[in-house]
Design a binder for this molecule. Sequence first.
Ligand code: NAD
Length: 321
Amino acid sequence: MKIAIMGKIHPDGLDVFNKNNIENYEINNFDETDLAVKLSDVDGIVIRTASLNSKVLSKCKNLKIVSRHGVGYDNVDSNYLSNNRIALAITGTSNAVSVAEHVMTMFLYLTKKINLSNNLVKSGNFKKKSELPNFFELYQKNVLIIGFGRIGQELAKRCLGFDMNVHVYDPFVSHELIVGKGCSHINKKEGLEIADYISIHMPLNDETKNFISFKEFDLTKKNLILVNTARGGIINEEALLDALKKNKINSAGLDVFENEPPIENHPFFKEDNILLTPHNAALTLECRKRMSVEACSNVLNFLTDSVDLNKKNIINLNFLN
Ligand SMILES: NC(=O)c1ccc[n+]([C@@H]2O[C@H](COP(=O)([O-])OP(=O)(O)OC[C@H]3O[C@@H](n4cnc5c(N)ncnc54)[C@H](O)[C@@H]3O)[C@@H](O)[C@H]2O)c1
């Protein structure tokens, strides 16, 4: 068996292969011609954020599984994989806690403007604290969680811990599940109208692209704090920039961008009321270890037909039979 690892992963994952004497090697040059050669006889691929298109995949004659180090798989041609009965796995149990904590960090940072207090003290201006702008509590504020899967549900727990009113918009999960988790079920329009906080946790697709755009910002409250750690493009960047510039909302936190990395001098960089992180919500050390082990275990279990195979992690299982 031969496994290629596209990008650097935590060494704990490599141990999964090494302990089982499975040949594995890292690839860091993602040039298509090179990839076609290096992947031509691999049985499995572990992939971080590089792209894997049908042109390269068609050269992988032994390939049986592609395992994403993460949960989104928009960088891989999933249709090609399904049509060719190649499994596609994700690290379904690894990411949710870190991403939910990242959202809470953004909520708290933007609510408390803690950087301004820090700057004040360090610049010797302790006594000028009354000159700081108002800052607030999360307590009893309305949060709208859009997408109630793994991350949305972890975020809900944390928001409930802060005594927030948690509202959920997700047409694909049951009312019972939402209410059973202590949240209320709401439609998109009402959710946008009452939210003090919004956090997005759904995939990017034709339906969700520009889910929040100019007309949505006509509905939202002026004090809204809007966070997106899901995928760029779900919030229209032009509309968000307009809302920030015109103070239609309080502020935004983004971990993801329409194009990554964002262009040099992206207009967001000049705005004070936006907090930006480099798509690293899931990259805590704990989470990187878990993702690395889970991504490699998905490959090992699948190729060795292990009874431990976590079938939930194989997202195209129905195409494989
Ligand atoms: N920033 C990061 O580092 C990072 C890390 C992990 C995941 N993500 C992204 O976070 C998102 C959520 O991940 P997850 O693991 O919770 O996924 P998940 O599949 O567990 O949950 C997604 C939820 O979105 C819902 N959904 C789908 N279409 C919807 C729509 N039109 N309206 C409302 N809800 C809709 C689904 O019903 C599902 O409950 C994904 O986009 C993923 O790529 C980002």
